[in-house]
Design a protein around this ligand. Structure first.
Ligand code: TEU
Ligand code: CA
Length: 546
């Protein structure tokens, strides 16, 4: 079996917001089927589907109540089978989102688990409250805090105990000290692999195993994390998954890994350890934040590119991304979504797609979709944003500051519907969309960009096709050549081939004189004399191999 996943460009679909076909305002599997030719045309080889399973949607499908069934909002298992079949036909591999740190509290296992006598009790993490001092009031089992700005424990009347939830209280954590849980997960993975799925994106995979439930050192966020981030128990489980399930199929795994350093990431994804094939890390996404993602500092291209280069050097292979369903839009964040919208979106495309590793494009990124111009909390659907807003109110943060946090950082920025056309709701639905459609669909949409050879979309197509056909871009080594205030220059090289990638984050002209053959420029220039236009990116094939 080859490492085919290293050669393809991946695309993430957030199904709720991709394409609706039955006018209920929610994207569906038939919508994905309808748009497969579009993705093929774009040059995509791997599709990652955010969860489409049964779910009460407390966290938009990241709270699964049945791993073997499709949510009726998205369609049926027949639709899913058809999608897999058609994708295979087009040589597009599909990977599913495996959310296994937790289930929904409406999953059968958890319903059973509420009964202390049930064999399912031990599928989750139950603890009695601590006896509280003189008042006699019950206290939580420990002082951990959740990813969603709450306590980590929820009291259950029926059994008089608390259960652990690192995310929302409708997302109880599974107990990975129980071998039965591991077996259940393996059987779910086999179920999907047998259907013809080509792998998994594992949600928050490096926190599944909890070393202990002792109090954590008090922190501003995620108190308790030293007891569950990247534990040896997790490594063992990943090796077991690989040995007993994944290695029996032609598939790969990419794990979302939180709070990892290059060293701890390598422990999860180094090929010699037989755990994950690659992972999503966050450090580059944190270069414009302080302490928590909600506190922003000025975007500094140098800090950003240095971090990217550090990870390129540290890992044998990276899963590269600038956007996903949890992050604001990259052109609004690292580029300029007004004056240099097209220029900066194309530059970011070049940066991403020329790195060493498997590139992941998030739906809409290929047309330069921007952050949403939300005007009030009523337009916000995301549970995380609501929790954080509430917490910020309790902490008496000024209203303007609170609102700016949500507006600039909130996850709904990435979750507004895909902009297919300038028509009603951007061609996403003929009904009422579940979340607002960005007004700028009139300007920024697939239809008009398909017709325009100079559009962001046309540039993505050119770039992806160049990458798909270039061994040095797919598998060459990476070397950073220069990282300055607003210039990032790096080489990709293999045997006696070398391509130099120059990307500019500058709003004015810059210079980087270099000899070679111009392969591609975001400004469509015919030759390169060393001067760069605002936000320009160029690819140069080099002769001198020093
Ligand atoms: O995200 C986990 C995660 O750590 C964050 O990126 C998360 O989005 C949050 O912003 C932390 O502040 C994964 C999924 O990608 C996310 O959509 C889910 O909500 C979460 O796990 C729980 O399953
Ligand atoms: Ca629908």
């Amino acid at each position: 079996m080859t490492n085919w996943w290293r050669d393809k460009v991946a695309y993430q679909i957030y199904p709720r917001s991709f394409q609706d076909t039955n006018s209920d305002g929610i994207g569906d599997l038939r919508g994905i089927i309808k748009r497969l030719p579009y993705l093929k045309e774009l040059g995509i080889g791997i599709l990652w589907l955010s969860p489409v399973y049964q779910s009460p949607n407390d966290d938009n499908g990241y709270d699964i109540s049945d791993y073997r069934d499709i949510h009726p909002d998205f369609g049926t298992m027949n639709d899913m089978d058809e999608l897999i079949e058609l994708a295979r036909h087009l040589d597009i591999r599909i990977i599913m989102d495996m959310v296994i740190n937790h289930t929904s509290d409406e999953h059968e296992w958890f319903k059973e688990s509420r009964n202390p006598a049930s064999p399912y009790r031990d599928y989750y993490i139950w603890r009695p409250g601590k006896k509280g001092g003189l008042s006699g009031k019950r206290k939580l089992p420990n002082n951990w805090t959740s990813f969603f700005a709450e306590d980590c424990w929820e009291y259950d009347e029926q059994s008089g105990e608390y259960y652990l939830h690192l995310f929302s209280k409708k997302q109880p954590d599974l107990n990975y000290r129980n071998p039965a849980v591991i077996e259940e997960v393996k059987s779910i993975m086999r179920f999907w692999l047998d259907k013809g799925i080509s792998g998994f994106r594992f949600d928050v995979i490096n926190v599944i195993y909890k070393n202990s439930l002792e109090n954590g050192r008090k922190r501003f966020i995620l108190t308790g994390r030293e007891h569950y981030v990247s534990c040896e128990g997790t490594h063992e489980i990943l090796r077991d998954f690989r040995r007993t399930v994944l290695s029996e199929y032609d598939c790969f795994s990419v794990g979302e890994s939180v709070m990892v350093t290059p060293k701890t990431a390598a422990d999860l994804a180094d090929p010699t350890r037989h755990e994950l094939d690659m992972l999503f890390s966050f450090e580059h996404m944190e270069t414009d934040t302080v302490i928590v993602k909600w506190f922003r500092r000025r975007f500094a291209p140098k800090r950003f590119c240095e971090t990217i280069a550090k990870w390129q050097n540290a890992l044998e292979w990276n899963a590269n991304y600038l956007e996903n369903h949890d992050q604001p839009r990259s052109v609004s964040r690292f580029g300029d979504d007004l004056r240099f919208h097209e220029e900066s979106a194309k530059m970011l495309a070049t940066l991403l797609l020329c790195l060493r590793g498997t590139p992941f494009i998030y739906q809409g990124q290929e047309i330069g979709m921007t952050n949403f111009d939300f005007t009030s909390m009523e337009q916000i659907e995301d549970i995380e944003s609501h929790n954080v807003y509430r917490l910020a109110s309790r902490l008496h943060f000024p209203e303007r500051f609170r609102w700016n946090m949500i507006r600039l950082v909130g996850r709904d920025n990435a979750r507004t519907p895909m902009q297919w056309s300038a028509g009603h709701c951007g061609g996403f639905t003929s009904g009422k969309p579940w979340i607002g459609v960005n007004e700028n669909h009139i300007k920024i949409n697939v239809e008009s960009q398909t017709a325009n050879p100079d559009s962001i979309l046309s540039y993505y197509k050119k770039l992806i096709s160049l990458r798909n056909g270039s061994e040095v871009l797919r598998s060459g080594e990476f070397k950073a050549i220069r990282i300055s205030k607003d210039l990032f220059v790096y080489d990709r090289y293999l045997d006696n081939e070398k391509i130099t990638v120059i990307v500019s984050f500058s709003k004015t002209f810059s210079r980087y004189p270099i000899k070679g053959e111009l392969l591609l420029s975001t400004y469509n220039r015919k030759d390169f004399d060393g001067s760069l236009m605002p936000y320009e990116a160029v690819l140069i094939r080099r002769e001198d191999l020093t």
